[in-house]
Design a protein around this ligand. Structure first.
Ligand SMILES: NC(=O)c1ccc[n+]([C@@H]2O[C@H](COP(=O)([O-])OP(=O)(O)OC[C@H]3O[C@@H](n4cnc5c(N)ncnc54)[C@H](OP(=O)(O)O)[C@@H]3O)[C@@H](O)[C@H]2O)c1
Length: 328
C-alpha cells in the first residue's frame, strides 16, 4: 500500500484528504515512479475547487513531480530503468501521491547536479515560462514586458529568463517584500499594485511607449487595465486567473487601444507535441543546471499537509515555487 491525497468532492482545502491507496501497477507504456517531491501549482486549486471539472471522483490531482523509476510497463520503449531519477509536468493527473504511474513520454531525466526538490519546483512553471517567452511572444532585447504576480512561481521565472533574453522587465507584486524579491530576480521595475497605479507607473518607466507584451496571470483584478499598458499592436497574454476569470471582452476595446492582440494560452496545448515538450523541458532544466536560472523553492510542506499549502497559496502568502515532500 501507499498514500495519496484524494478528493472525494470538490471544495475548499479540506477536500484534500490523505489516505491509503492501492499500489499502482504500470500497464502498457506506463512507468511506476516513487515520487520524492511533488510541485504545487495554482491549477491544482482550480481542480480542487471544481472550477476545472475533474473527469471522475474520487480523484488524485497534481501534474508535476520528481522521483525514481520503480518499474516499467511491457510496452515501454524509451529505456527507463529502475532507480533512474526522473521528473515530469503534464500528462494525466495523479501527482499528489507517493507512487504513481505515468506514460513514459512525459518523463525527463534529472541532471546529476539537480535535486528532486528543484526538479519538482521548476518543471511546470519553467515549461510555462518557456512557451510564454519563446512561442506565445518571441522576447528579445527590444522587448518591454509587464509580468503580473512577478514574485510568484511562474512570475520569478519570467523575470529571470526575460532579463537573460535582454528584455526590459516590469513587474507587479502585492507587497514591498515581494517587490524586493522580484528585483533580485531580474525585474528592473517592480511595482506594488496595492499602493501604486500600475498603468501610470508603466507609462512613467517606459517614457510613454508602454509594453510590447503583458503576461497577466491575475485575471479579474488586472485584465482591463493591463490592456492600457500595451503599445500599438501589443500582445495581451491572459494566462491565468488567480483573482478570478478575466472579463468577456468587446473586440472594440482592442481596436480603441491600438489594434491590440489578445490570447488565452494553456500549457496543455503547448506540450501536446512530445518534441515541443522535450525542447521546453530541456531548455529550462539546462538553464537551472548551469546556474543561470534560480528555482526559488520558497515553501515546502509534507504532502499530507497539502490543505495548508493550498490555503497559503490562495491567501497570497507564498512567493516563488512550493513543493511537497512525499516521505515515500
Ligand atoms: N495558462 C497556463 O499555461 C498556465 C500555466 C501555469 C500557471 N498558470 C497560471 O499562472 C498563475 C501563477 O501560477 P503559480 O502557480 O506560479 O502561482 P503564484 O503566482 O505563485 O501565486 C499566485 C499569486 O497571484 C497573485 N494574486 C493576485 N490576486 C490574487 C488573488 N485574488 N488570490 C490569490 N493570488 C492572487 C499573488 O501575488 P501578489 O500578492 O504579488 O499579487 C499570488 O501570490 C496562476 O494563475 C496559474 O493558473 C497558467
Amino acid at each position: 500500500m501507499t498514500y495519496a491525497i484524494v478528493i472525494h468532492e470538490p471544495g475548499g482545502p479540506e477536500a484534500l484528504q490523505w489516505q491509503e491507496v492501492a499500489m499502482p501497477q504500470p500497464q502498457g507504456d506506463q512507468v511506476l515512479i516513487r515520487q520524492i517531491a511533488v510541485g504545487l501549482n495554482f491549477i491544482d486549486v482550480y481542480h480542487r475547487m471544481g472550477y476545472y471539472k475533474l473527469k471522475q471522483l474520487p480523484a488524485i490531482i497534481g501534474s508535476e513531480g520528481a522521483g525514481e523509476v520503480v518499474a516499467v510497463g511491457p510496452d515501454c520503449q524509451l529505456g527507463y530503468v529502475p532507480g533512474q531519477r526522473v521528473c515530469y509536468a503534464g500528462g494525466p493527473m495523479g501527482g499528489y501521491a507517493q507512487h504513481r504511474v505515468i506514460p513514459e513520454r512525459w518523463l525527463v531525466g534529472i541532471p546529476d547536479n539537480l535535486s528532486f526538490e528543484l526538479a519538482a519546483g521548476v518543471m511546470a512553471k519553467g515549461l510555462t515560462a518557456h512557451y510564454l517567452l519563446k512561442r506565445t511572444f518571441y522576447v528579445d532585447p527590444n522587448t518591454t514586458m509587464l509580468v503580473h504576480a512577478a514574485a510568484g512561481g511562474v512570475g520569478l521565472l519570467l523575470c529571470q529568463w526575460g532579463k537573460i533574453l535582454g528584455a526590459t522587465v516590469i513587474g507587479t507584486v502585492g507587497s514591498d517584500e515581494k517587490a524586493e524579491l522580484a528585483r533580485k530576480n531580474g525585474c528592473e521595475y517592480p511595482i506594488n499594485y496595492n499602493t501604486e497605479d500600475f498603468v501610470e507607473r508603466v507609462r512613467d518607466v517606459t517614457g510613454g511607449r508602454k509594453c510590447n507584451v503583458v503576461y497577466d496571470s491575475v485575471g479579474a483584478d488586472t485584465f482591463m487595465r493591463s490592456l492600457d499598458c500595451l503599445m500599438n499592436f501589443g500582445l495581451m497574454v491572459s494566462y491565468g486567473q488567480s483573482s478570478g476569470p478575466a472579463p468577456a471582452i468587446d473586440m472594440g476595446e482592442l481596436q480603441k487601444r491600438g489594434s491590440l492582440f489578445c490570447t488565452r494560452p494553456s500549457l496543455e496545448h503547448y506540450i501536446q507535441d512530445p518534441t515541443e515538450y522535450i525542447i521546453g523541458a530541456t531548455a529550462i532544466l539546462q538553464l537551472v543546471a548551469e546556474g543561470k536560472v534560480r528555482v526559488n523553492v520558497k515553501q515546502s510542506y509534507y504532502l499530507k499537509d497539502a490543505a495548508r499549502a493550498h490555503a497559503d497559496l490562495e491567501a497570497r502568502k507564498t512567493t516563488g515555487a512550493t513543493i511537497f515532500f512525499t516521505e515515500a
